[in-house]
Design a protein around this ligand. Structure first.
Ligand code: FAD
Length: 405
């Protein structure tokens, strides 16, 4: 989202705010920060600048202190590194223990999590332990006000997401409890360019595993009371019951479809009509050197595997060229593709909502249009896709340019 939009929403609330930090929980995958965490650091930076405060990145694991400089380059002012062998792999209970303890001590006003498997597991536990709210799968985050009959709130986190089956875009606030917390799916926020010149500090969070129950009992009171002098944080204790689940083995399946990294995506929807119909979508994707995408309707029908799904509950994509064939353009689908650089729509219905986000529209039957496109691209040696995708900018709002009717 543009800075102006953020600023506009803030100006309506009467200005700048508390010093409590904006935090991101940084997930670590293969000794590297997950991309979604870096995307969230970028948005946290924007939110914190509007609030006049700092960004904290909280990272748990073994050997994670080394990630400090990279997290600072991506927008963190302070990196809280809980570096301990017992945190080497994600486990819900010990991670929740550390995060909850640290939040109680440092009192951030906002904490953001990637809506990954681990993030969806961790964030609700922390929300429950801290008796605060949590909004899942936000598609936007802003700063704004909220007015009730008795009170005007300022500088709240607006947690924005589709609701009621996508029929409304809801803005959710958590006015009375802290921290305000949200999860955001990968790809929804833009990945900022790292700035190696940025400076920040890495604070070590001392973590100790209490082996005896009485040690943990002492620790339980200690957690809440631990003060800090700004640069030092008192120890956080992992309790025996945090290890009721053990990780025995880890199996990781390689990604079969890379929608997020694709420059060209050709997506099919219910209008494709069958699994066989998707052969045509595949043919166009291959001709353009692209990847096949799909709507949930096509996935639910069993025509394409789930990893091809684009949208709110699929992958959020921003390719150079997105071709949507036989797709009506539900809000859930648009949420995952409307930031694509160029969007070409093929649909028999000129009133289909997908045309509202299209740069180019063809009103027609995909079974007639796509074979013509394949033949044309093959004649031109496939150069169009890359060229067309790189040129020009989106027409301001409104339906597609050059819709053939
Ligand atoms: P339809 O809405 O049925 O549209 C089919 C289109 O094909 C129509 O516009 C029609 O005019 C056109 N058509 C028909 N025949 C042809 C032809 N021969 N040539 C050209 N055009 C033709 N959906 C997603 O896609 N991604 C998500 O992540 C997602 N998440 C969801 C999460 C929730 C909580 C909910 C409630 C829903 C979600 N959905 C998602 C589903 C979404 O609401 C829609 O149901 C879905 O996107 C519709 O898919 P569609 O456009 O393929 O089908």
């Amino acid at each position: 989202m543009a800075d102006e939009a953020l600023t506009e929403s803030l100006s309506g609330t009467g200005g700048v705010a508390a010093a409590a930090e904006v935090w991101v929980w940084v997930e670590v995958e293969d000794a590297r920060p997950a991309e979604v965490s870096l995307e969230l650091l970028g948005r946290a930076r924007e939110l914190a600048d509007l609030l006049g405060t700092k960004v904290g990145a909280v990272v748990c694991g073994a050997g994670v202190t080394d990630l400090g400089p990279s997290l600072i380059a991506h927008g963190a002012d302070t990196v809280y590194a809980a570096d301990h062998p017992d945190l080497a792999a994600y486990l819900a209970q010990p991670y929740a223990r550390v995060l909850t303890g640290l939040i109680r001590v440092r009192k951030p006003q906002i904490v953001l999590y990637g809506a990954t498997t681990a993030g969806r597991d961790l964030a609700p536990r922390i929300a429950s332990a801290l008796r605060t709210g949590l909004t899942a799968d936000c598609t936007d985050l802003r700063i704004g006000g909220h007015h009730t009959r008795d009170r005007d709130y300022q500088d709240l986190l607006w947690q924005i997401r589709p609701a009621f089956g996508g029929n409304i875009i809801a803005t959710i606030v958590c006015p009375d409890h802290r921290p305000q917390m949200a999860t955001v799916r990968e790809g929804v926020m833009r990945l900022p360019e790292p700035d190696e010149q940025r400076s920040g500090r890495v604070l070590l969070v001392p973590v100790t595993r209490a082996v005896e129950l009485h040690e943990a009992d002492v620790a339980e009171t200690g957690d809440a009371d631990q003060g800090d002098d700004g640069d030092r944080i008192g120890p956080l204790f992992l309790r025996p019951e945090d290890f009721t689940v053990a990780l025995l083995e880890r199996h990781k399946e390689a990604k079969r479809v890379d929608l997020k990294g694709a420059r060209v995506i050709v997506s099919g929807g219910a209008g494709v009509g069958s699994a066989d119909g998707f052969a045509l979508i595949r043919e166009l994707a291959e001709t353009l050197g692209g990847v096949v995408g799909a709507t949930r309707a096509a996935v639910d029908a069993g025509w394409v595997p789930r990893e091809h799904q684009v949208g709110q509950t699929g992958t959020t994509v921003r390719p150079k060229l997105y071709i949507a064939a036989g797709i009506s353009g539900s809000v859930q689908h648009r949420a995952g593709m409307d930031q694509s650089a160029r969007i070409l729509v093929i649909n028999t219905d000129p009133l289909a909502p997908i045309f509202s986000v299209a740069h180019y529209g063809i009103v027609g039957d995909l079974f007639k249009v796509i074979p013509l496109m394949v033949a044309a691209y093959r004649r031109k040696g496939g150069a169009f896709a890359a060229q067309g995708a790189d040129q020009g900018s989106r027409a301001a709002g409104g339906p597609a340019e050059g819709a053939a009717r």
